[in-house]
Design a protein around this ligand. Structure first.
Ligand code: TDX
Length: 317
């Protein structure tokens, strides 16, 4: 967005929690239209100051606690950031009369699908979140809807499938597998590995958000996904094969509590708006693995820091 829209000032508001770091911004940090503000979205006065200082007129709200496993062991921060933080941003957007508020949500708010490959989440699927994480995201979706219905705040909600790609924090399945396989460490596969996720390259997600921000019909929800369904075991095996390692690295571990069976998106509403993904799973996973090979220092630094304690507490591998 910084490079595509040189006439936009882009304000990046981020609390830099455990999953954030400024090295991701190194290629844009010196651009004249890029500004960074280290702010927690649940800090009302700090958020309002940023809106005032920069005369914000468009908002894309990505800020969230996003890891399901962490929400099972410690749900409170999910409510604080995802629910209360969203309400603060909505109040600021209302106060400063923004022209569009794009709320980035997740397909997990719909709950789970059975393994029947002919069924998909549509924008009309009822919300049935199963984890504290997805319940917090569904709650924030409802708040956004209410600000549209009650106050006329111009908004869209996007619900994407599982993202992957460069700079993905290595607690999530794909970067966790790539980094552990490269270090010849066991990869924990929950349960039988038969659960299905629908994989979306992060850059295809970004192009969808760009389109919705500029063309989305106010008040509408758009699902984002590219028909790339894989079982977790298929994903792990694909990565092991691409890196020329042995499947002995796979370790089946205790299943996640409330583990959703399958997610799969029907993206036809967004396609009608003009969205087309550029990656399929084969090209996307190859590009992602290459990126992790080329950026070993970035993820090695994370793995040797605070995250190490989390991983050791989470798994006994
Ligand atoms: O070590 C693991 N072993 C394993 O088998 C991890 C971390 C995950 N899994 C399984 C659980 C899921 O079925 O892999 C699948 C993917 O897991 P995650 O990467 O944790 O993603 P998921 O729970 O599907 O949620 C993701 O997609 C929707 C994001 O984390 C959410 O923020 C997003 O909303």
């Amino acid at each position: 967005m910084v490079k595509k829209y040189p006439n936009y000032n882009i304000i990046n508001l981020d609390a830099l929690t455990y999953a954030g770091d400024l090295t991701k911004h190194s290629d844009i940090q010196h651009e004249a239209n890029y500004f960074f503000e280290k702010v927690d979205i649940s800090d009302r006065s700090a958020v309002f100051s940023v809106f005032e200082k920069h005369s914000i007129n468009l908002v894309t709200h990505f800020a969230a606690e996003s890891h399901v496993d962490r929400s099972i062991t410690d749900p409170e921060i999910f409510i604080k950031t995802n629910v209360l933080g969203t309400q603060v941003l909505l109040d600021a957007a209302k106060q400063f009369n923004v022209e569009k508020f794009v709320h980035v949500s997740t397909d997990e708010v719909y709950g789970e699908l059975e393994f029947d490959p002919t069924t998909f989440f549509t924008e009309n699927t009822p919300l049935e979140p199963n984890s504290p994480y997805s319940a917090s995201k569904a709650s924030s979706d409802l708040l956004v809807r209410s600000y549209y219905e009650t106050f006329g705040l111009p908004m869209n909600i996007t619900r994407c499938s599982n993202n992957y790609g460069p700079y993905h924090f290595p607690e999530k399945l794909i970067p966790l597998t790539v980094s552990r396989v490269l270090n010849n460490q066991k990869v924990p596969v929950y349960g039988t590995g038969e659960n299905i996720r629908d994989w979306l390259h992060v850059l295809d997600h970004c192009s969808a958000i760009d389109l919705v921000m500029h063309e989305g019909v106010n008040g509408e929800v758009y699902n984002v996904g590219g028909h790339n369904e894989k079982t977790n075991l298929e994903v792990v095996e694909t990565i092991i094969k691409a890196l020329g390692k042995s499947e002995d690295l796979i370790e089946f571990v205790e299943d996640r509590l409330g583990h959703d069976k399958r997610y799969a998106i029907d993206p036809s509403k967004l396609e009608k708006l003009g969205w087309k993904p550029t990656y399929n799973f084969d090209s996307g996973i190859k590009q992602t693995i290459d990126w992790y090979l080329d950026n070993q220092e970035w993820w090695e630094t994370i793995l040797s820091g605070e995250y190490k304690n989390y991983f050791e507490k989470q798994y006994s591998l």
